[in-house]
Design a protein around this ligand. Sequence first.
Ligand SMILES: O=C(O)C(=O)C[C@]1(C(=O)O)C=C[C@@H](O)C=C1
Length: 362
Amino acid sequence: MAEDRLKDLRSELDVINLELLQLLSKRADVVQRIGQLKQARGVAIFDPEREKQQLDRLVQENPGPFPDSTIRHLFKQIFQASQGLQEEQRKLLVSRQRSHEDTVVTVRGIKIGGGVPIIVGGPCSVETDDQMEKIGQEMQAQGIQLVRGGAFKPRTSPYDFQGLGEKGLRMLRDTAQKYGFATVSEIVNPADVEMAIQYVDMIQVGARNMQNFELLKAVGNTRVPVLLKRGLSATIEELIYAAEYIAARGNERIVLCERGIRTYEKATRNTLDISAVPILKQETHLPVLVDVTHSTGRKDIMLPVAKAALAVGADGVMVEVHPEPQVALSDAKQQMNFAEFEAFMEALRSAGMIPALTNSLR
Ligand SMILES: O=C(O)C(=O)C[C@]1(C(=O)O)C=C[C@@H](O)C=C1
């Protein structure tokens, strides 16, 4: 009999527990909404005055049998947990605090991040069928799995080659299908994103568009991997916030790319901020690539710079390669020809910095 009574009371408690849990969750939901408002208004999370008001009221209404001190203690715990929720909300989605594990972005089965460095290669611009055919053969021979090629070119001068647009994307896709690559290409207009993802496996947001917030939102609305390049005058923090724009829309398949920043130094096209690599790896959980072509603008130092990038923890390196750089329609001076590219790849391989070519690719 007494056993039954105990069981009944315990069942009663189980029900109350679930009710308390529901109420706690309901309260937490309101706490999060308050948290959002506080963040938007730049208000501090901890509000001792507000906590005191609530405790005074609760003690005043305390029906017992818990003593006031216990009620204070229990609610103080709830306030602390609520503060924790609001602090969690303030951490950026891309921040290291959100994930201690490195994010690996997979592009058509090719992993970026996770320990094996990748080389992304290809021409600055997609120009002709003949050029892309040669690129296809060369990239395959060198074991390149992710090929770049520009079709929408944001150029400094409006009179410079602006890219082939959709036709260029189609040519890139055709080469990729023939040789089995994944592709990455830059998009500059948010309205082109839907069209572009019919052709490319990864969308690049270029340096000049790093703070094109509408473009960031548009790629954030897709679930396609995004290569986000650091703006020419952007701080590391601004790059991280740009990535957050994409992540906030639900797309966390982001790869960051350091490509040099504008300084007073004229010896290189831009100044490669090599320290950005370990800082980005420390501050975010996203993979980081280094574009050694745009950062240096000099073929003679591309190899040591690529080695430095991999040595400081970059998940890969991006290089521009063209069958005949001297007649290229963009970036003629800085693209490597095939012989230079082969020497570059061989040097990285023999330094053990990238995987050896598999037999089938030899
Ligand atoms: O009222 C607020 O400002 C809240 O953020 C809610 C709340 C609470 O859980 O009651 C949370 C933390 C603050 O220190 C004060 C109160």
